[in-house]
Write a protein that binds this ligand. Structure first.
Ligand code: ZN
Length: 105
């Protein structure tokens, strides 16, 4: 199945503490259905001093979000939308915004 959300897409968080926030997808983890969004789902990790790590103490980092908790933000209508697929005459599959019907490739 083709991915509805890809690296570089803008998404909006629909659930959880960052609900309503938007960010750019940094990485998609297909295997566990999660993705990393720049600046979202930040957590503070307490890292013990360890000579192999550059930084010890409080370290903030992004945690992956479950893909079902985010929605694609359509660049045409700027809304958090559902994405569908459309098959072109030449056989290529493109993503389309279900709100405005525009291709979002
Ligand atoms: Zn749209």
């Amino acid at each position: 199945m083709a991915a509805k959300i890809r690296k570089g897409d803008t998404v909006q968080v629909m659930r959880g503490k960052d609900r309503g926030k938007r960010g750019t997808v940094q990485q998609v983890f297909i295997s566990n259905n999660r993705l990393m969004v720049e600046g979202l789902n930040m957590v503070v990790k307490h890292v013990k001093a360890n000579p192999r790590l550059r930084q010890a103490g409080r370290v903030t980092s992004e945690m992956p979000l479950p893909i079902p908790n985010v929605r694609y933000v359509c660049s045409k209508c700027t809304k958090a939308v559902r994405v569908g697929f459309q098959l072109l005459d030449d056989g290529t599959k493109v993503r389309v915004c279900k709100h405005c019907g525009e291709s979002v490739e």
